[in-house]
Design a protein around this ligand. Sequence first.
Ligand code: FES
Ligand code: FES
Length: 161
Amino acid sequence: MEKQLLRLMVNGQEYELYINPKTLLVEAIRDHIGLIGTKRGCDTVSCGACTVMIDGMSVKSCSVLAMQAEGARITTIEGLEENGKLAPIQKAFIDHGSYQCGFCAPGMIMSAQALLNENPAPTEWEIREGIEGNICRCTGYNSIVRAIDATAKGKYAEVKS
Ligand code: FES
Ligand code: FES
């Protein structure tokens, strides 16, 4: 299939890619742009490892074609920090011991940030619902919920290193 020009705006930077129109967004981000924080887990829209934000909303990047994201504002885990400093949600995950493997942590954090964008004061139930698309097979979710709750309550309002 003939390659096509695609302009993608990722983390505030525009990239010009020549890609197969069937390229998934996760493939464009990882294989063409080289931002490998976004992970490719199941490829079946089940695990959430590939979660990014498109115009501030969480999207599983294995579920959309890269072409569909043209003109949108894509944010990956690499785009959360500001001037080398972690975003509040990232700091909260560290402080609450919400550690996960490198596969699920980025997607979980992106879902958490998207949830807070949409609902800055979520209840515990809303937090659990907000991250239900991110599957971790080896840890519990309680520390993650606590980290999101603390961020929502402004305990990480200042970006910290
Ligand atoms: S790789 Fe996209 S949901 Fe698992
Ligand atoms: S910590 Fe990644 S699957 Fe559980």
